[in-house]
Design a protein around this ligand. Structure first.
Ligand code: BGO
Length: 269
């Protein structure tokens, strides 16, 4: 069975979109071991495709049960495709999760939701440019008004058939150099598709990953040395280096793809 997963920030319209994609065809339960609701359905137009709704989250850091469930699912169950619901009216914040989803190496389709209310927020998003810059298919939709749901369904089918991976976002070249060294250290110890994600987690000193992936003393020391060198270079801790790199990346995208009409009008007056 083909499984696609629905991910996104809380309030991005994920539940509304899930209902649109699956119709009344749903099963509700709990994720194993936690009281986090698990919802599953079948794609309305292709019953051979299961739609797995993932908990609404802001980040893939394992601080909440929802984040733990989502990251475990993405890395262990590896869906064929992730449909990322992005609230177009809150795009900066939502793209922070998008980048992390991309880092896991799972193929993605971005459902840019709430396009019906974007104008009221005084904003325009260039969907083609956004797709080009992220190297990910993007469909502007309104889950509430059912706008472009058919277009999203076609894109999902197309992406499922294509089975192509996209380039993972590249950050500051000094950070990239550090991540490349960590990738070399952990090669063969983690699945090849998600080596970059693990490298970032090692770099962030993510406790779960450090405990879960058993490294010999030499590799551990090597990675510690890479992190310490980067921290000296950036004069910051490794966690913040990654956070800042993601926000810089998002700022470049927003700069190219989003027109703030309110600011534009103000600056012209
Ligand atoms: C309420 N456009 C607009 N305008 N709203 C949308 C869209 C869209 O494309 N998609 C979803 N919404 P969830 P999560 C509400 O419930 O799907 C709205 O958390 C209200 N409720 O209708 O639940 C959707 O699963 C009272 O709004 O998101 C919902 O991701 C007043 O976004 C909200 C106003 O959607 C969250 C809105 C009692």
């Amino acid at each position: 069975m083909t499984v696609i997963a629905l991910a996104g920030n809380p309030n991005s319209g994920k539940t509304t979109l899930f209902n649109r994609l699956t119709g009344s065809n749903q099963y509700v339960g709990n994720w194993p071991g936690v009281t986090v609701e698990r919802k599953e359905g079948k794609l309305k137009n292709d019953k051979s495709v299961i739609v797995q709704d993932l908990p609404g989250i802001y980040s893939l850091s394992p601080y909440t049960a929802e984040e733990v469930v989502t990251r475990k699912y993405l890395l262990d169950d590896v869906p064929s495709l992730v449909v990322d619901t992005v609230d177009a009216t809150n795009i900066e914040r939502n793209l922070y999760l998008t980048l992390q989803l991309m880092e896991t190496g799972v193929p993605l389709v971005l459902a840019l939701n709430m396009i019906d209310v974007l104008k009221k927020h005084g904003r325009k998003v260039n969907v083609k440019k956004l797709s080009y810059m992220l190297s990910v298919p993007v469909v502007g939709v309104s889950a509430l008004k059912r706008t472009n749901i058919d277009k999203l369904e076609s894109e999902i089918e197309r992406s499922l058939n294509k089975k192509e991976r996209y380039p993972i976002p590249e950050y500051d070249e000094r950070l990239e150099a550090a991540l490349e060294m960590i990738c070399a250290d952990i090669q063969g110890l983690v699945p090849s598709e998600s080596v970059r994600w693990y490298a970032i987690k090692f770099f962030e000193r993510d406790e779960r990953v450090w405990n879960e992936i058993k490294l010999d003393a030499t590799r551990k020391e090597d990675i510690e040395h890479v992190i310490e060198t980067a921290e000296k270079l950036f004069e910051d801790n490794s966690d913040s280096i990654v956070v800042n790199a993601r926000y810089e990346y998002i700022a470049r995208i927003i700069n190219m793809c989003v027109i703030d009409e309110k600011n534009f009008t103000m600056s012209m007056s």
